[in-house]
Ligand binder design. Structure first.
Ligand SMILES: NC(=O)c1ccc[n+]([C@@H]2O[C@H](COP(=O)([O-])OP(=O)(O)OC[C@H]3O[C@@H](n4cnc5c(N)ncnc54)[C@H](OP(=O)(O)O)[C@@H]3O)[C@@H](O)[C@H]2O)c1
Length: 230
């Protein structure tokens, strides 16, 4: 069975990635900042012994180094860069807080790049060799029609640019990279009024991953398979 590694997997969309791949029988490396407090993951691992919990804070290089060493003999078929933050509810554009902006970039942009860099050999030695990034349609510059959300939008637009570049660099090693918009999903980030259930979002993205071909690498898709302009 293939292996998947998910970041920010203790709740929301990340937890759903782990649930669905575990149900499908995959080996799941579920990473999060506080494994001891990740009750839903602990419960999943109790039911599905091929799920293991690992500590990872994507902004801390020492945490990445620890995980890389822990998994040094493993292969990772699908690496899901899921961890993300959105700090902007209630932020007024005339009161920009550059520390918070930087924190957003640290998690949403540098985080996935650090994870990819740290675990690239594990991905390269797998059969599927695929890196999935939870981006957002808010990272589409073509889609900006109202002011605001500067931190989040730039963090995801920069993630798109960086991962598009990485996809070109990794092509000759047969490693694929996708930018994915999960939809507006019912999670702590998306809120209870969001129209898409995490189960449907992840089912759609998994189906995209299943039909992945290298001609799709470096492109930006919604969870339903439609392509998003940059
Ligand atoms: N929900 C939506 O409508 C929506 C739409 C578009 C894109 N997305 C993207 O989808 C991804 C998942 O979103 P979600 O809705 O599931 O959000 P969520 O419910 O807020 O969950 C975010 C996850 O990221 C983790 N995280 C935050 N900072 C981290 C760090 N430094 N290191 C490791 N993990 C960290 C959180 O861990 P803690 O519990 O420890 O804080 C949590 O597990 C994000 O990248 C988000 O930008 C979501």
């Amino acid at each position: 069975m293939p292996n998947v590694l998910v970041t920010g997997s203790n709740r929301g969309i990340g937890l759903e990635w782990c649930r669905q791949y575990a149900e499908a029988g995959w080996r799941v490396f579920a990473t999060c900042r506080f494994p001891d407090a990740a009750h839903d993951l602990v419960e999943l691992a109790a039911r599905r012994p091929q799920v293991s919990l690992h500590y990872l804070n994507v902004v801390l290089p020492e945490s990445l180094e620890q995980l890389r060493a822990e998994l040094q003999d493993e292969a990772i078929d699908v690496l899901v860069n899921n961890a993300g933050v959105y700090f902007e509810k209630n932020v007024r554009p005339e009161r920009l807080d550059y520390d918070t902006w930087m924190q957003t970039l640290e998690v949403n942009t540098f985080g996935p790049m650090r994870v990819a860099e740290a675990l690239i050999e594990q991905v390269a030695r797998s059969e599927r060799r695929l890196i999935l990034n939870m981006s957002s349609h808010m990272g589409s510059i073509a889609g900006i029609e109202v002011p605001g959300d500067y931190y989040y939008r730039t963090s995801k637009a920069a993630l798109n640019a960086a991962m598009r570049g990485l996809s070109l660099g990794l092509k000759e090693r047969g490693i694929g990279v996708l930018l994915l918009h999960p939809g507006w999903v019912q999670t702590r980030m998306g809120g209870p009024g969001a129209p898409v259930a995490a189960a449907d979002s992840v089912a759609g993205m998994r189906s995209l991953a299943e039909r992945f071909g290298m001609e799709m690498s470096g492109r930006f898709f919604r969870y339903d398979g439609s392509e998003i302009p940059w």
